[in-house]
Design a protein around this ligand. Structure first.
Ligand code: MTE
Ligand code: MO
Length: 430
């Protein structure tokens, strides 16, 4: 099968019907071609829409994802799916130290709740290992507990999936499903301790208010969690603000769980409930093959039995080149600044290097400390190219345990998680 077509088939179209655009299926469209149907299908104003011939398909429907503009986001976002919405950021737009809303990737497993109201929102803490069950109006959470702000890096467990071969099912993320915003909220620990944990508490599980794409109100879209030790870390937050403002709807308004350095899927959005569990949480996407990798290396394409799969905890060491943009043209003799971010899950990054000779030699970069634990670290360097021609800049981070990013795609796994291969950008020197 041709590679591109193959990839397209692998796209996560969790709605079993044919792909739709802004909620209007192609079939519906053909049935009701009119100026308003065109506008609804395209998802934006169509000047001259009333002149559009009846029965004709707008060509934009064929590549709906490419044409999709997400309200409030930069138009350059790469939309992988519209329903549920999944979009990543091209790496050169991730240059900011603090990722602003317009450049933050979106990973939705379902549909965000409609107009969630911060004024009436509440969070329930319960579960078999909670000493009591309590419901906190959001306003009480803000009043009762001290607020903390941390710069927290969040990366989707499937970031980099597009590089795996044979391809893995799911969103074909390239490199841009990562962000580092400032999150403000109560410490999860303070709230859990206020409620009280029984001796046998081992895990927490979150529940959000998002809605399954089928519209079934009883179907839980995703409910994951972390062990108690991770939940009790200083940086684990019940966040009500992002970058100093209310959390945008796409990112979990009005309340979100933040557990940095672990797969982004542990950071529950539109948070309604946290269960304190006496066993490993068993909500949807916590069990089976979801967010798990084989406990031992397997051959690419291997069938791995479920009992051999282990839950992903801390994410691996990784880095991103945010400047120059791949495809940049430099002139011979020009000094080019190379910069980006590096992170290592629960760990810190200890060293950052770049190569312009396909990994033969490496030069060290200046590496900044994180603003706080679990924040990404900025790095920079300057390069001069020895002659004209085609170059690639490769970037490689090493964590504080000495583990380095691989230059090629690491351990194939059935669901395509944890690709932390070196990021590469192309530079033409003339
Ligand atoms: N309630 C809920 N929380 C969720 C999700 C979701 O679909 N529903 N997606 C998770 C996944 S897989 C990731 S990677 C992050 C993405 O966060 P973002 O969309 O704010 O960038 O949110 C996580 N939290
Ligand atoms: Mo994710």
């Amino acid at each position: 099968m041709e590679q591109g077509a193959n990839r397209e088939m692998m796209q996560n179209t969790s709605d079993a019907e044919e792909k739709d655009f802004a909620g209007v299926s192609r079939r519906t469209f053909i049935r009701s071609s009119s100026a308003t149907a065109i506008a609804a299908a395209i998802g934006m104003h169509v000047p001259f829409g009333e002149l559009f011939p009846e029965g004709l398909q707008p060509v934009g429907l064929a590549n709906a994802e490419e044409m999709m503009i997400i309200e409030g986001k930069i138009p350059e976002m790469i939309v992988l799916n519209t329903r549920p919405l999944n979009a990543e950021t091209p790496p050169h737009f991730l240059d900011d130290d603090i990722t602003p809303f317009p450049k933050m990737f979106v990973r939705n497993n379902g549909l965000p709740p409609v107009n969630p109201d911060a004024a009436t929102w509440s969070l329930t803490i319960d579960g078999e290992s909670a000493r009591r069950s309590m419901t906190f109006p959001l306003a009480d959470l803000k009043k009762m507990f001290k607020a903390y702000t941390y710069h927290i890096q969040i990366e989707c467990g499937g970031n980099g999936r597009a590089e795996f071969n044979p391809p893995a099912r799911g969103n074909q993320w390239r490199v841009g499903a990562v962000s580092c915003a400032e999150w403000t909220g109560a410490r999860l620990r303070d709230v859990l301790e206020h409620v009280g944990l029984k001796e046998d508490a081992v895990y927490i599980g979150y529940y959000g208010a998002d809605i399954d794409v089928s519209g079934d109100p009883d179907k839980v879209v995703i409910s994951r969690g972390v062990p108690i030790a991770k939940a009790m870390e200083e940086e684990s937050l019940l966040a009500w603000a992002m970058n100093g403002k209310e959390i945008p709807l796409l990112h979990g308004h009005p309340l979100r769980l933040i557990t940095g350095g672990w797969p982004g899927s542990t950071c529950g959005k539109w948070l309604k409930r946290i269960a304190i569990r006496n066993k490993v949480h068993d909500g949807p996407k916590m069990t089976g093959m979801s967010y798990r990798v084989p406990g031992h290396p397997v051959a690419p394409g291997a069938k791995v039995p479920e009992e051999d799969m282990v839950i992903i905890e801390s994410m691996p060491v990784k880095s991103l080149i945010t400047s120059p943009k791949s495809g940049t043209v430099a002139t011979l003799g020009q000094e080019v600044e190379v910069r980006g971010h590096a992170w290592a899950g629960d760990r810190a990054v200890k060293a950052m290097e770049i190569s312009i000779d396909f990994g033969s030699t490496w030069q060290p970069c200046a590496l900044m400390k994180p603003r706080n634990r679990l924040g990404w670290q900025n790095w920079s360097s300057k390069v001069k190219f020895p002659q004209t021609g085609y170059y690639e800049i490769w970037a490689r981070a090493t964590d504080d345990s000495g583990v380095m990013q691989p230059m090629v795609v690491p351990g194939w796994n059935p669901r395509g998680y944890l690709n932390n291969a070196c990021h590469r950008v192309a530079v033409k020197v003339v």
